[in-house]
Ligand binder design. Structure first.
Ligand SMILES: [Zn+2]
Ligand SMILES: [Zn+2]
Ligand SMILES: [Zn+2]
Length: 166
């Protein structure tokens, strides 16, 4: 009986999600969103368009859980795969801000497939707990000892952002 109820509930849920996505898919994608996907060699599916539009609206970097909440009822795995594609194609980068939860932010235009140039500082605000890309604050060149080679660099500044300092 319980099993039956769960199956029924899942069925109703999947129908709801499908109806939701059919409605969303039928509304055509913003040509600029589509163009941005195409310019990074990403096939412009409806889901990718929705995730990109959502990221474009953000003023700070965002975690997978918060994207999931904001795009409810979109499926977490699908969002995760979409973000992975964005990362591979140079559309978005992940940020390790020291909180233990990776954050996602859109890249500047010069990032490409498996080639990121996001050598900017990231800022973590201890008051609002938001993480910001600071594209104008570049990570300075670091001199490494002999036979040390770097694979990636991440510079996070912690402090209070302009909004919280008001
Ligand atoms: Zn990038
Ligand atoms: Zn703040
Ligand atoms: Zn960034």
């Amino acid at each position: 009986m319980i099993l039956c109820w769960l199956t029924w509930r899942n069925f109703i849920r999947s129908v709801k999600i499908n109806i939701y996505f059919c409605l969303r898919i039928n509304t055509s994608m913003d040509p600029r969103t589509e163009q941005k996907l195409i310019s990074k060699n990403i096939n412009p599916t409806a889901m990718r368009g929705l995730v990109l539009d959502f990221l474009l609206k953000q003023t700070s970097a965002i975690s997978l859980s918060d994207i999931e909440k904001g795009m409810s009822p979109a499926d977490r795995i699908t969002i995760y795969r979409t973000l992975k594609t964005f990362e591979e194609k140079g559309l978005a980068h992940t940020i390790d801000d020291g909180t233990g939860t990776p954050k996602y932010a859109l890249c500047l235009d010069d990032c490409g497939a498996n080639e990121h140039h996001d050598m900017h500082v990231h800022f973590y605000c201890i008051a609002c707990k938001e993480t910001f890309c600071l594209p104008d604050s570049k990570i300075p060149p670091i001199t490494l000892p002999l036979r040390f080679s770097s694979l990636e660099m991440n510079l996070v500044v912690k402090g209070v952002c302009d909004q919280c300092a008001k």
